[in-house]
Design a protein around this ligand. Structure first.
Ligand SMILES: [Zn+2]
Length: 244
């Protein structure tokens, strides 16, 4: 009987010992897993550190960039070049109070709204205005000139591009002169530019705000006064002021 009891006790102890070993091995496994996770995290950190570039490294990588190349010709066509120099001479001879800039990217003129997508941004970056007339000194866009020479094929892509530009210019109060093969002559350019510039708003050469037609309170004489008056700007021009 005593022998049986001793056997039972030894058996129980052996069983306990085994389950203890199992628990220990599970615990060890967990510790190992934790160590592996920790190592993985530190590896990720070192990868992040490898991706981090100092300003000097970024400058070096920009210097090596091969994404861009120099375009051969600044002008889209010889007609565009000819019209630009003709208008440049015309406004100088007339002492028009405008600045002239050729080949202006839409990106320079319009700021995208926050809901713009990548496609819209691409359109804005890749399209340009052939010639732009801006107000003297304050550089507010007044008239955009597009030259649709014989190269200007009216396929669907071109129609969409034209519509995009036209609506953008109209919504932002910039007048458009579209020169086509049948009207691109000097007499038409001169008369249309004179008409468009004479109807364009006058902008203050000092601050760029619109000039308003006002009456002198004492003499009753008419003059143009800056809309920034009296807080921001007190610039005035005589009532004879004309852009062209
Ligand atoms: Zn002003």
């Amino acid at each position: 009987m005593k022998f049986l009891i001793v056997c039972l006790i030894i058996g129980y102890l052996l069983y306990k010992n085994n389950s203890l070993k199992k628990s220990l091995s599970i615990l060890n496994q967990r510790i190992n897993n934790l160590t592996i996770e920790k190592n993985n995290n530190s590896n990720q950190n070192s990868t992040l550190n490898q991706n981090y570039k100092s300003t000097e490294e970024k400058i070096e990588s920009i210097k090596k960039s091969t994404y861009y190349y120099k375009e051969k010709n600044f002008w889209d066509s010889s007609l565009e070049k000819e019209v630009y120099f003709y208008i440049n001479n015309f406004i100088k001879n007339k002492s028009a109070k405008v600045e002239i800039v050729p080949h202006v990217s839409l990106r320079e003129l319009f700021k995208p709204t926050s809901d713009f997508n990548n496609q819209n941004l691409k359109q804005l970056s890749s399209y340009h205005i052939d010639i732009l007339l801006l107000s003297e000194k304050s550089f507010v866009p007044l008239v955009a000139i597009e030259i649709d020479g014989s190269h200007h094929k009216l396929n669907d892509r071109q129609k969409i591009r034209d519509a995009f530009k036209d609506s953008l210019l109209e919504r932002n109060g910039i007048q458009l002169l579209r020169l086509k093969a049948d009207n691109c002559n000097y007499a038409f350019i001169e008369s249309e530019l004179t008409r468009l510039l004479n109807t364009a708003p006058i902008y203050c050469p000092i601050c760029g705000r619109k000039m308003l037609e006002k009456n002198n309170s004492k003499s009753g004489k008419k003059f143009f006064g800056c809309s920034g008056f009296p807080l921001a700007c007190d610039h005035t021009e005589s009532s004879c002021y004309k852009i062209i």
